[in-house]
Design a protein around this ligand. Sequence first.
Ligand SMILES: Cc1cc2nc3c(=O)[nH]c(=O)nc-3n(C[C@H](O)[C@H](O)[C@H](O)COP(=O)(O)OP(=O)(O)OC[C@H]3O[C@@H](n4cnc5c(N)ncnc54)[C@H](O)[C@@H]3O)c2cc1C
Length: 451
Amino acid sequence: MTSRTAEVVICGAGIAGIATAYHLTRQGVSDVVLVDERPPLSLTSDKSTECYRNLWPGPGDAMVAAMNRSIDLLEELARESGNVFRMNRRGYLFASADPARVGRFIADAHEAAALGSGAARIHASAASDYRRAPDDGFEGQPDGVDVITDPALIRRHFPYLADDTVALFHGRRCGWLSGQQLGMYMLERARDKGVRLVHGAVEKIDTTGGRVRGVTVGGATLATPRVVNAAGPFLARVGRMLGVELPVFCEAHAKVAFADTLGAMPREAPLLIWTDPVRVAWTDEEREALAASRPDLLEEIPMGAHGRPEGSGDSPIVLLLWTYHLDPVEPVFPMTFDPAYTELAIRGMARMVPAFARYADRLPRAVVDGGYYTKTRENRFLAGPLPVEGAYVCGALGGYGLMAGNVAGELVAAHVTGRPLPPYAPAFTLARYDDPAYRALLERWGDSGQL
Ligand SMILES: Cc1cc2nc3c(=O)[nH]c(=O)nc-3n(C[C@H](O)[C@H](O)[C@H](O)COP(=O)(O)OP(=O)(O)OC[C@H]3O[C@@H](n4cnc5c(N)ncnc54)[C@H](O)[C@@H]3O)c2cc1C
């Protein structure tokens, strides 16, 4: 370690820690040490599907306001860097074959507009002016939501979807980017300003007298008055080093990547999400075999698979995700995955894009990886001070840390520097749980917005 002191020590160089370091430098603080026992971005932040969206449910508009700010920051970074992280704006396309969903999609689009996601546009005739998104770039595109209910219009723009699709909900301030390129770009900018990256494990945090005094990394002590806990799935463990119990838990989430040699996924597709419950169309023979070995795979799974094309140019890669078990677990590495995951995800996706069924007899060679969603109960992140002087948290970013990392990092930096806070800031502090009205709200919390 080059210097034994720092104004701020950040534990964790995932997207949360890197974004905090980057925004501290933007707010004039450069004497920052970023500590990680692994290479930057290598635990959870490089396992993401790398998508972003400004569509989030209430209560209140805090989540949409924060995400709009995060996307503003992403767009700013994309412009200044010549879009090194290939941010696009293809959108999130939710589809359904359930006629009862038509009204639901329309109501959801109006609710999204009321929360600040942008206008709701309903396309109920074949003559509608609906336009699909360009493959690349993000400038000059609409925000809000297009709901398409006309069958001819659905078929014209999305001929690859299941024939019985009756409605589409196309969120427009949404798309994807390269998370690795984004994170490395921000890390380099932060290092240019003086942020130091130190390899090692944070073992202890000295809080003598009720305030942060130092951090022990690899047996050596670094004196500092401030520490930011950005430890991803180990947020609770690092919280305990500060004597703070953080109300977070982890869920394991996997994704599969493979070369789509049969061309089932059109390369121009947006992120495709089937919203209806799905029961995989196993054959009678398969059903019989699974009844003994994996009866869970015969059940109806509440929400369908989602996926998108990955890579530019001639890339044949697709990413698919289908989460069918969601129990809280202890984070353990290396992770292990269900051997049936590839088959399940492909068969699940076949409900929405029938061409995927062609893989049923001959599964592709695939790579399954994943990580933990670290979450609060209501799936809203933590970005702010902890009840120990000089201690802060940036985490619990669930399945949306790439898109929200910027706003979370900016918030933590503003808490550290004392800059004015935006109106949504209190919604993401740990102190929100001290409010009895908020605790009562938690008891009747609805949709958490998780995909
Ligand atoms: C399958 C999957 C799909 C996803 N899809 C999306 C998506 O489409 N869009 C999106 O925005 N997000 C997505 N996410 C979520 C996103 O990846 C996470 O929210 C984000 O990566 C969390 O970042 P983090 O910095 O908090 O944690 P991490 O990336 O895990 O970083 C934490 C770091 O802290 C370090 N650390 C922990 N303890 C210590 C210690 N004691 N000492 C030193 N270092 C320590 C770790 O080594 C690690 O590098 C997805 C996640 C998964 C798993």
